[in-house]
Design a protein around this ligand. Sequence first.
Ligand code: ZN
Length: 503
Amino acid sequence: MSVQSDLGDLKARLREARDISSSAAVLYWDQSTYMPTGGAAGRGRQLAVLSRLAHESATDPEIGRLLDRLAPYAESLPSEHDDAALIRVARHDYERVTRVPAEYSERAAKHASATYAAWVEARPKNDFATMRPMLETTLDLSREYAGFFPGYEHIADPLVDDADEGMTVARIRPVFDELRAGLTPLVARIAAADQVDDGPVRKHFPQAQQSTFAEKVIRSIGFDYERGRLDSTAHPFMTRFGHGDTRITTRTNEDFLAEQLFSTIHEAGHALYEQGTRAEDDGLPLGGGTSAGVHESQSRLWENIVGRSLGFWSHWYSTLQEEFPEQLGNVELRDFYAAVNRVEPSLIRTDADEVTYNLHVMIRFDLELQLLEGELAVADLPEAWHARYQSDLGVRAPDDRDGVLQDVHWYAGSIGGAFQCYTLGNIIGAQLYEAALRELPDIPEQIARGDTSSLLEWMSTNVYRVGRRLTPDQLIQRVCGGPLDAQPLLRRLTAKFEDLYAL
Ligand code: ZN
């Protein structure tokens, strides 16, 4: 067998596995957008079949044999070579998926769906007691999962690696600690300042006009409607079926303008990343985002760094006022800008502002590490949650519903690996933006003229087209000239909110 025919065979097999997953993604998208409720039972069955086929395809021993045969070829190439990168990433994914026994995956999947179903009922009833034994099993399963990847330094590392390849607790923890140490005094200074009013965005804004405006905005920042769609759903997400088809979804609150607008920009940011990958990587593991954290860096960059900036609104505000003359005709630009950036320590992560958001995430990250380390028992989790909210945000939930039962993540499969990407995203987004400004200092002026094309082009060249050729660490090092660093985010938030709150 020649190297070229082995490589062709490997690519065909990887594409087939990806195509099965993408077909499942179409069904999942449909289930979350247009499927009538009567479709649920059949859809569950169809998704289970596709998930089994995708797993069989991805664990095909022939992939392992091809990777073994191609190893000497990969070693003979510079690591930057596309074939070397493809073989390295395919090897990484193949090891991840084959080291986990099928028996475990089935047991864990059953437990996850039972836990999720129980959580949907337990949360509104504020019933942690029902969830406690299930969460204990989830913790056992998460520890068992880590055991399939011996040699880790911290038991959460294999779980973190699944979402953010190469990241470890030892790398993340000091950066998060530095971020918290910088954010806490900023939150305190803001709390002591004159508060801003978000009344301007809490009026009645009919859905149709909100959608018209949001579509104009995402089209302007580069979302390609020829290769994507925007639809409505209960919990917004982005999904990719292929290089030519990336879907985003949003939801509307007619009494709060910020919800649909910023969640649409957020998901469009994820989509710009996918639409900006290389066509020739389609269906191969090199295409798509570098990691969950790097993906989140782009949704956050477009949502917050661009979308919540004064420059962005100095261009867009008059168009928004034309859409809503009664609601915003008499609201000054500066007051609108303040309203969409209001900071207030609150109980709910997904409603949190740009400054306090990361404090919510880091509480969860720390608690799940303590659970995995065996330093914290599930029984003590509700109180540990309240204690951290009190010390980090100065608020305390009246119950577990808005406390430990708040997020779906721990009730949908595993403890560990799901939260760090949100704060990594904010950190990396700020680092990438600083790097872009060093090369193109005019970007803020361009944004204020409604032109984000050079920022998009810079991100496409430096991040989107790279795909998974680099790990997150390698990407940050290459593009930003240094390691993961909380300082750019702290600098940006401090400057922005010192101005906004006249600190
Ligand atoms: Zn996101």
